[in-house]
Design a protein around this ligand. Structure first.
Ligand SMILES: C[S@@+](CC[C@H](N)C(=O)[O-])C[C@H]1O[C@@H](n2cnc3c(N)ncnc32)[C@H](O)[C@@H]1O
Length: 270
């Protein structure tokens, strides 16, 4: 691990961001994270592939938004931005693209700041998705994202960390309300639909990290887009969402255990 880690890091518990980093092939994880990752992997062999599939979905979605002219992104639950992440994809297409990363995990935030030092069109915020107004206020303070213009709001693999009791639909509504017409929202979310027992087992194990996963139905995930226009092909198992090539789609796309979708805020008529 590099120097400069914040002192508030709890090394006695695994961290979701570091377990995820391990599954993606990153180096920003501790023994305690690797132990949990290996245990999860032995019980749920699809999970590492699911996480990679999630990153690939996010990259495809970012490219679709870039093609639609989006040049500023708010990525909440961004994780540790190694292994081909949003600003690399976005700035590879549009060098002026701006990206603000938000994560609850101090390790993810520390690494993000380190990796992004010197990239003036990116910013990093340490915040909880359950406090959307705080995220919006801090994002405005950074001065990178102009909410009077269309923005891409990315919630990849994070809303399932919000239990029903924390009212995720209201959180999503607050974020949508801050966005200008022409904005996009991207969501990927674990589901129990079409899932074998292993997803349910993974959910049980996730209770050991600081944040437990809530699996949701297609209808619930679709509801997170509110009245925005859901893009084709709708809310589908992630590999089915605009694959680069039909051959990229697994015979059983449902085995990755998560839905992906994107929606656009169309100017209300009248
Ligand atoms: C599975 S990773 C997804 C990373 C990235 N978005 C991707 O798709 O590749 C989930 C991330 O969400 C973060 N997270 C979990 N709960 C959160 C919350 N309430 N607010 C902000 N971030 C959260 C975790 O720390 C972790 O980094």
């Amino acid at each position: 691990m590099p120097d400069g880690l914040p002192t508030e890091i709890d090394l006695t518990r695994p961290s979701a961001a570091r377990v995820y980093d391990y599954f993606l092939g990153g180096a920003h994880n501790f023994e305690i994270d690797r132990q949990l990752a290996e245990q999860i992997a032995s019980m749920t062999p699809n999970l590492a592939a699911t996480m990679r599939s999630g990153r690939e979905f996010l990259r495809r979605a970012v490219r679709v938004l870039l093609e639609a002219g989006i040049d500023q992104f708010l990525d909440i639950g961004s994780g540790i931005p190694t292994v081909g992440n949003v600003h690399e994809v976005a700035q590879g297409v549009n060098p002026k693209a701006r990206v603000v990363y938000v994560d609850i995990d101090p390790v993810a935030v520390a690494h993000s700041r380190e990796l992004l030092a010197g990239n003036e069109l990116t910013g990093v915020i340490h915040a909880d998705l359950r406090e959307p107004e705080k995220i919006l206020a801090e994002t405005r303070q950074l001065g990178l994202i102009d909410f009077s213009r269309p923005v891409g709001i990315l919630l990849a693999g994070v809303v399932h960390f919000i239990p029903d009791g924390d009212r995720p639909e209201e959180i999503l509504a607050s974020l949508r309300a801050a966005a200008a017409p022409g904005s996009f929202l991207v969501v990927s979310h674990s589901t129990f639909e079409d899932q074998p027992q292993e997803m349910l087992d993974a959910q049980r194990l996730s209770a050991r990290t600081a944040t437990e996963i809530t699996l949701r139905s297609r209808a619930q995930v679709t509801g997170f887009f509110g009245d925005w226009t859901v893009l084709e092909p709708g809310v589908v198992h992630m590999p089915l969402w605009r694959p680069d090539s039909p051959s990229d789609v697994d015979d059983h796309p449902e085995r990755f255990g998560a839905f992906g979708g994107a929606a656009r805020y169309d100017q209300p008529a009248g």
